[in-house]
Every structure is written in structure tokens, then in C-alpha cells.
Design a protein around this ligand. Structure first.
Ligand SMILES: [Mn+2]
Length: 321
């Protein structure tokens, strides 16, 4: 829970929200900003930028946790953390225990993601203007985001949930943070459906280039070099083709370093544990990610095979779900 005192501080003080750079993070930020209109919002991914975040007063982390090795500094500075990433539970719990956060467990609270945590722990206690009817609509919106974010594939609202999240990721962030009631309208939802169809075409095209390995345990692992945004749908598509674990590698360069974002999806291996074995990595049992830094671009001398590197990491750390 967030204590009354800490809620009050967030409301009156200058506030900065760091929210995860995905649909759930965007929805979490929309919901939080509605009751904290003065807050500045920055979307963030795990990796070098996240590791280097500086501690200041008035921080709120949504759908993401502060860097693990400096979590005490953030705790001391009064940072609020609302997150549901199981591999970071031990960190989130320290904030919860201090009255500075909330956690949702993927097994005990299925469907509860950052968006619903922001609804329950920020919007509801701080709301002064929304009617019960409007609150219900925001709750429904957060619920849809949670269904997609926690991958409740068999839920009857799955396709609404998918379209909701696609349109959230598609429009620029500013569009969602303009002070309106944090929900999406019919037109936006329809655009979401179109985007879901388009995404499916991209997934099929990317999957054609997949390389598949069989581990000693007999589990199959597929790889593509592609946009990480396709990773969840690629994982699902691969599963339908009988490949239980799927890895999307997205090369990038940041601050002169060559690196790659690695996104893992599986219904066989605990990919959260695999990601957690890497610096800055984390996520859920079935969906996780980490970042690899290959080194300074100007001093790299060897050819890098990111697929081999990630395959080694998986083989070393593979645990069956
Ligand atoms: Mn989430």
C-alpha cells in the first residue's frame, strides 16, 4: 500500500513518473497523471539508461522498478513503486513494506498489471472529479490492458484487450497525457483492431526467418533478429507452430555502444529466471527480457553472433516452468 502521507506528498510535490515503455506502462502513466497532473512522465526500458537513473525526491515508478543495486537510495528518497514483475518482487516488497508501493502477483492476481495498480493505488484514493460511472470506465480500460499485458489469451475479452494495447503503443505518448479521462474511445479501438491485423502480417513475415535450435532437454528455441515490439506475438505464433520458446533479438546502438535488446517468450522454460541471470534483466515466468552490451563500437574487433550468445545464456540458465 501507499501510505496517506506518501500519497499526499506525491499530490503536492513536484513529481516525476518513470513508466515502462510498453502499453501497460503507457496506460499506467495515463491513469496516474490524471490525478497527478503536475507530474512529468518518462517512458523507460531496462538497460543502461535505467541503470543510470539518478535518485531525487518525488519519483514514482510504474510497471518498472528502480535499479536493484541502488534500491535502498530510492527507498530513502521516498520513491513510490507500483509493479507486478515477479522477478523483481523482492525489490517491490521493500517499497510495499515502507508504505511506498504495491505489488501484484502473476499467480494470485491474474490480470493485474501496472495499469490496474495505478487505478487502485493512485487514481481511486486521489480522485476528486471523476464520477463512479467514469471510474468504472477507467477500471474497464485498465482491466483490458492487464488482460493483454499478463497474456490471458483465453479470456473472452482478449481481442478487445489486444486492440486496446496496440493503439496505446501506436499513438505518440503526448496524445495520451493531455488531461483527458484515461480511457480510449471507439474510434481509437477500431484503429487498434486494424493495427492488430497489420501486426499479424509482420509477425508472419518475421517468422519466416526464424532459426530453431533443440536444447539437450529436447525443448525447441526459435530466434529471429527483428523488432522487439513483435516479440509477444511472435512468441504466440511460434507456440502455435510447436516451438515453445521464442527469442526476438533487436540490435541497437546507445551512447557509442553496440548492444541488443533480447525478448524471451516461453510456455516451457522459466524465461524470467533466464533474464534475471543477466544484469538489468527481468520480467515474468513466460515473458521477459534483458539487454546485452557488446562493447564500445570504436574498439570492437570481433564479429558478434548474438544468437549464439543468447543460446549459451539459455542453455546455462534454463529451468523448466
Ligand atoms: Mn506490465
Amino acid at each position: 500500500m501507499i501510505s496517506q502521507g506518501n500519497l499526499h506528498k506525491a499530490q503536492v510535490g513536484p513529481t516525476k513518473i518513470y513508466s515502462h515503455n510498453d502499453a501497460d506502462g503507457i496506460a499506467s502513466a495515463m491513469i496516474a497523471k490524471y490525478v497527478l497532473p503536475q507530474a512529468k512522465v518518462q517512458l523507460i526500458d531496462y538497460g543502461r539508461e535505467h541503470d543510470a537513473l539518478s535518485v531525487e525526491q518525488g519519483l514514482i515508478f510504474l510497471d518498472i522498478t528502480p535499479p536493484p543495486d541502488r534500491c535502498q537510495e530510492f527507498l530513502d528518497a521516498g520513491t513510490i513503486v507500483l509493479d507486478h514483475h515477479k522477478k523483481r518482487e523482492y525489490i517491490i516488497r521493500t517499497f510495499v513494506d515502507a508504505g511506498q508501493g504495491a505489488f501484484a502477483d502473476e499467480d494470485k492476481d491474474p490480470g493485474v498489471s501496472g495499469a490496474l495498480l495505478a487505478y487502485q493505488h493512485l487514481l481511486v484514493p486521489l480522485n476528486e472529479t471523476l464520477t463512479q460511472n467514469q471510474l468504472n470506465k477507467v477500471h474497464e480500460f485498465a482491466r483490458m490492458v492487464g488482460i493483454r499485458d499478463t497474456w490471458l489469451k483465453t479470456h473472452p475479452a482478449w481481442s478487445v484487450a489486444q486492440a486496446t494495447c496496440r493503439v496505446l503503443e501506436f499513438m505518440p505518448l503526448d496524445h495520451w497525457l493531455d488531461g483527458m479521462v484515461p480511457v480510449i474511445d471507439h474510434e481509437q479501438l477500431n484503429l487498434g483492431y486494424t493495427l492488430v491485423e497489420k501486426r499479424m502480417e509482420e509477425v508472419k513475415a518475421a517468422f519466416k526467418d526464424a532459426i530453431v535450435f533443440t536444447l539437450d532437454s529436447g525443448h525447441q528455441v526459435g530466434f529471429v533478429i527483428s523488432d522487439y515490439k513483435l516479440s509477444s506475438d511472435l512468441g504466440e505464433y511460434a507456440r502455435q507452430k510447436g516451438i515453445g520458446t521464442f527469442v526476438t533479438i533487436t540490435p541497437n546502438t546507445k551512447a557509442g555502444h553496440l548492444g541488443a535488446r533480447v525478448s524471451l517468450r516461453s510456455n516451457e522454460l522459466d524465461v524470467g529466471a533466464i533474464a534475471a541471470s543477466q544484469t538489468g534483466g527481468g520480467g515474468h515466468t513466460s515473458a521477459s527480457g534483458f539487454h546485452i552490451d557488446f562493447g564500445d563500437l570504436t574498439t570492437l574487433t570481433e564479429m558478434i553472433n548474438p544468437v549464439k550468445l543468447v543460446l549459451d545464456i539459455i542453455e546455462t540458465n534454463a529451468v523448466i516452468q
